[in-house]
Design a binder for this molecule. Structure first.
Ligand SMILES: Cc1ncc(COP(=O)(O)O)c(C=O)c1O
Length: 173
């Protein structure tokens, strides 16, 4: 089977299981209302909880930033993409949060991946709610330590996982 055939087969398989994801384009994802071809909808699906994406001061700051720094960083933060603006924002965030330093990531997904990868060692156990965000579960799955998941929001299930861990740390299986 060649690549195209494999892809066609995989697509048919997903279609037959009802797993094909359809995206609907909306006028703008941030805001209380969404408009799409199918109508106007109250937005309970976004992450712009504080409505900052449409705040006039935030928009003006973005516009001024783009005029001053351009519309892209020009590279990875490890090379030339870490600008004076990033450094000053990290400093301001650290001061605001009361920590000595802060580190910016391009997304929450990337931050969760980086933190778990940096902190979890081979002898560590990771315990997570089964419905934790996929960025956490994916990173924990790839981390060298062992991942145990407990039932969503279920304290008894968490206790069972923790007691198994303590038991195995005491020399059990
Ligand atoms: C708990 C949690 N972690 C991580 C993310 C990923 O964040 P981002 O969309 O910035 O990658 C989300 C996004 O909804 C989230 O809800």
């Amino acid at each position: 089977m060649n690549w195209e055939q494999r892809i066609d087969e995989a697509l048919k398989d997903r279609q037959s299981q009802g797993l094909m994801r359809q995206r609907a384009a909306v006028s703008a994802g941030a805001g209380r209302w969404l408009e799409s071809e199918s109508g106007r909808w109250r937005n309970f699906a976004g992450n712009d909880y504080l409505g900052l994406a449409r705040h006039p001061k935030v928009i003006a700051a973005w516009q001024a930033g783009a005029a001053r720094y351009g519309t892209g960083s020009g590279g990875s933060g490890h090379v030339v993409g870490y600008s004076e603006a990033h450094r000053r924002l990290e400093q301001a965030l650290a001061e605001w949060a009361g920590y000595p330093r802060a580190l910016l990531f391009i997304s929450g997904y990337a931050a969760n991946q980086a933190v778990i990868t940096a902190l979890a060692g081979a002898k560590d156990a990771l315990v997570a709610d089964r419905l934790s965000h996929s960025s956490l579960l994916e990173a924990a799955n790839l981390a060298p330590g062992r991942l145990r998941r407990f039932l969503h929001n279920d304290i008894e299930s968490l206790k069972r996982q923790l007691s198994r861990l303590l038991w195995s740390a005491d020399g059990g299986d």
